[in-house]
Design a protein around this ligand. Structure first.
Ligand code: GDP
Length: 468
């Protein structure tokens, strides 16, 4: 798609499926002309005469004699997302109608856009760096508040600006080093060794700090895991079903019927979590009961990887003893305690005291739904508000590609610093230092999706007058 940037592309840009509003987007030199073949404004001149940043009301011709009310938004390049002419046609959100319109535009000469092609054009036109391109994709795929915050920070160019700042500092130095090499027979004006060492030390320190403090974006991508544990028949399967509105687990009166680890996605205000229902971790196992042994192993492994362990006990079946019998939590995950089947104990002082003695347990009922709103709010608070993910609010989230590029830049800066040598008034090996600085710049350019050589040349010539 990168070599066919002159094509006019078209795509449905509203979400898939039926919706109140459907959007077709065109980008390219023929966008206005092709859209104008289908769209007629209610009044005034035709679409082709519309200036940039205009909205026109009118109708779209679907097929001979059939029209639909529509709006056309015209953005003239270069003041547009892709820097090309863009037209958005907004009409009713019927996938069938959008497909017919799209086919007609393709028949008239547009090409169906490939995934990400509008953003690719914005990138190729220099409207955004690669980290912001990644931000666009990350925003589309975010499924939690923390992810969305991280994605928006990328999209808004925060990482791009930070990387550009490092590049700026190193480019200055690179220009000075290249000059020192090119004019090796002339004395160097500034104490280059000391300056270079100071710049490299500063950049290395800041790069290491950034890498140390940034959150792994992949960690945000993974939905937190909430594992339900507790004795058989406490109501774990029923809770999972009731909370997620699914029938993944089959509740049963017979103890020990949930043998596998069942999972279901639960949507909370802060994001989605995976609920896992394990075979009773406290389940007694007969020495020759292989399935029970395997189930217990799977349950233990699942609990060990949990972000939160929810211990469930039957409020009417000696819950304190049941909870005590569960022993310590594997893996040291956070714990929430539920006393289920609250419908079996009237609400009041006795129940409150029991919950308090159970370590601040919540009384819930999978049967009546009592306490489940509080449970959802509690899960949301623990997993998305109080937890480590909360630090994505201010911290920067880095993907593996960013970390690799920044780590490569850090290594190169470190090698450059070491190549200066102990006597900072003189650089032991200017060429080696220059090479490592170029290497660091290359890593930062890779991060931003740019090339740097011309950049460096530009800086050299900006600092010297030819003829001197
Ligand atoms: P698990 O073994 O912990 O997964 O327990 P189940 O979900 O299979 O439930 C065991 C039994 O308790 C089933 O008969 C459920 O209908 C019943 N049960 C589950 N939750 C409640 C509840 O809140 N109140 C009452 N009264 N019964 C419940």
């Amino acid at each position: 798609m990168y070599d066919r940037i002159q094509d006019t592309i078209v795509a449905v840009s509203s979400p898939p499926g039926a919706s109140a509003r459907g959007i077709l987007r065109l980008s390219g030199s023929r966008a206005v002309e092709l859209a104008g073949g289908l769209f007629r404004p209610h009044e005034g001149p035709p679409l082709s005469a519309a200036p940039g940043h205009t909205r026109l009301f009118g109708e779209l011709s679907i097929e001979a004699g059939a029209t639909l009310p529509a709006e056309a938004y015209v953005f003239r390049g270069p003041a547009s997302y892709t820097r090309q002419d863009i037209v958005e046609l907004h009409t009713v959100g019927s996938p069938a109608i959008l497909a017919v319109l799209s086919d007609r535009l393709v028949a008239a000469g547009a090409r169906p856009a490939e995934p990400g092609e509008f953003t690719a054009r914005a990138f190729l036109a220099g409207a955004m760096d690669l980290t912001r391109v990644e931000g666009v994709a990350a925003v589309i795929h975010a499924h939690s508040d923390a992810q969305l915050r991280a994605a928006r920070s990328l999209l808004e160019g925060r990482l791009g600006r930070i990387a550009a700042g490092f590049r700026e500092r190193l480019s200055e130095l690179s220009a000075a080093l290249e000059a020192a090499i090119d004019f090796a027979d002339e004395p160097v004006d500034a104490p280059l060794g000391r300056d270079a060492a100071a710049v490299l030390e500063g950049v290395e320190r800041d790069l290491r700090q950034l890498l140390g403090e940034a959150i792994d974006a992949e960690r945000l991508d993974a939905r937190p895991r909430v594992v339900l544990t507790g004795p058989p028949n406490a109501g774990k399967s029923s809770l999972l079903n009731r909370l997620t509105g699914q029938d993944r687990a089959i509740p049963s009166d017979r103890a020990g019927t949930t043998r596998d680890v069942l999972t279901a996605v639960l949507a909370l205000p802060g994001g989605e979590v995976v609920l896992c229902d394990t075979a009773g971790l406290a389940e007694a196992e007969a020495p020759d009961d292989e399935p029970a042994r395997l189930a217990r192993q799977a349950a233990l492994a699942c609990a060990a990887s949990a972000d939160l362990v929810v211990r469930v006990a039957d409020i009417s079946e000696r819950p304190l003893e049941a909870l005590a019998a569960m022993g310590p939590t594997p893996g040291g995950a956070r714990v929430l305690i539920l006393l289920n089947k609250s419908d079996r104990m009237p609400c009041g002082a006795e129940r409150d005291a029991l919950c308090a003695r159970a370590g601040g347990a919540l009384a819930v009922s999978a049967r009546t739904g009592e306490g489940l709103d509080r449970l959802r709010a509690r899960l949301d608070a623990v997993l998305f508000r109080e937890g480590a993910e909360g630090d994505a609010r201010d911290g920067l989230a880095l993907y593996a590609r960013h970390r690799r590029a920044l780590a490569d830049a850090t290594d190169a800066v470190c090698r450059a610093r070491e190549a200066i040598g102990p006597d900072r008034t003189e650089i032991r090996d200017v060429e080696l230092v220059a090479l490592e600085v170029r290497e660091a710049l290359r890593s930062l350019s890779l991060l931003l999706g740019e090339v740097t050589t011309e950049d460096i040349l530009g800086r050299i010539f900006a600092r010297f007058c030819i003829g001197k």
